[in-house]
Design a protein around this ligand. Sequence first.
Ligand code: GAL
Length: 522
Amino acid sequence: MCNNLVMEYVKFWILVFCTFTTISHTSAESDEDDDYLTFPPGFRLGAGGAAYQIEGAWNVSGKGVSVWDTFTHTYPQNIKDGSNGDVACDSYHKYKEDVRLVKEIGLKYYRFSLSWTRILPTGYPNVVSKDGLRYYNDLIDELHRNGIEPVVTLYHWDLPQVLEDQGGWTNDEVVNWFGDYARIVFTEFGPKVKIFTTINEPTSFCREGYGHLNRAPNKDLDPCGTYLCGHNALKAHARAYHIYDREFRPTQNGKIGIVFACPGQIAKNPGDEATVDTYYQFTCGWFAHPIYSEEGDYPQIMKTRVAKNSFDEGYFRSRLPVFSPKWIEYIRGTADYFGLNHYTSVLVEEAPKERETILDTGIHASVDSSWPDTATSWLKIVPSGFGGILRKIRDEYNNPNVFVLENGCSDNRTTLSDTQRIEYFYSYLKEMITAIKRDGCNVTMYSIWSLLDNFEWNDGYAEGFGIVQVDFKDPNRTRTPKLSVDRWKEVVRTRKLQPLNPTIEDASELFGHQGRKRSAKC
Ligand code: GAL
């Protein structure tokens, strides 16, 4: 009885707290509290990159061909500067330099992805490449030697071409293929890696790779292909999770999760929270709900809308595949943390089918003309959206432990004085720290995207997200820290954010950089 009363009392205050923080705090912009500039104790900072974007050595030592090798070689016209990842940053040869940079900045971990075809050249476990294992073991050992924790993603979009030729993510055999690959990864690297991420941003490669012709594998399979890809990606993730959980966790004791692209969404018509929620469910919720919600399965709004549209269009069943109760249970709860990639936000409003931005949503997404541009067309600077998405995740899934695994902005690679990036990090991180300290969001890791300028998918080398510039014309791929590296060193040392003085003309004076080009923008 007494326990019940205590529980009710606790529940009441949790409710008051959540309501208060949701209603009265939408963004950090009005808060001048210095405390929101300081990282909480134990909070970890790192930086990242992905295999195809940085490694190069695309056909070295028997490495197999991936869908991105094929895509860039076959359709160079689909890449802004006609380039590819054949050499990229040459991190395959220069990984020690990358590790040294991470160490010099003072970051605690480095997120990188494994190339499936470097480890399994045939795509299957019948051939395991000694050189592939050697390369990743060397990288992991070098990180440990320098006191940096490896955070390892198994899949960052570079599916073996041979598996793609059999349907890739639209063939449910991919669940076995991915499981076999994962088992080899855990066996080989699990003793030295304590944080694994199964799949990077399934929404991105399912929509852009299988929905329409844009990215590898360049298949135009909508209105069904995107959902089919997503369905199998969820199953494959869950398979890898259970393999880890059953066979490796007892001895290796690590954490395993998945990472989603979750943009922020803001109502175009103030108060239209239903549209905001629907857009969220079709982006982040599509993959997060089956794993993190109490009931599992796809978000209800997605099931309802896709089913209705499908029947209206004359299909006999929903274009969104249906999970059996067994699969719902198998997928639910398969993550030890919530991996979040966040860059920007959109304004959302209801719209007729012809204007909808994402299939089946009935929503048009746009941007506010006051939001600052970056070098990347889709990336506007909207710090408040970051706080918004963190609070949404807190509210939707009972405040899971969030690892921010990507956040950053691009420049056009003409300057080292990346003042806009410094401002971006300052404003986004202030939102994040506010969401943690004021709103109780359980975020414990933050990763800069990216350490190096690298092969930026369809944008090739025309844009760079790196805090370190890479000279892609130089065979040596010389790395040169941008101004934001100086800033990050300071932030890491003091564990406190510092704004870029907006009146400053030459940022190099402020941060001690010599001989760098002047520019107010990236
Ligand atoms: C993410 C992706 C990264 C990087 C970034 C910036 O979606 O995971 O590989 O390219 O976008 O565009």
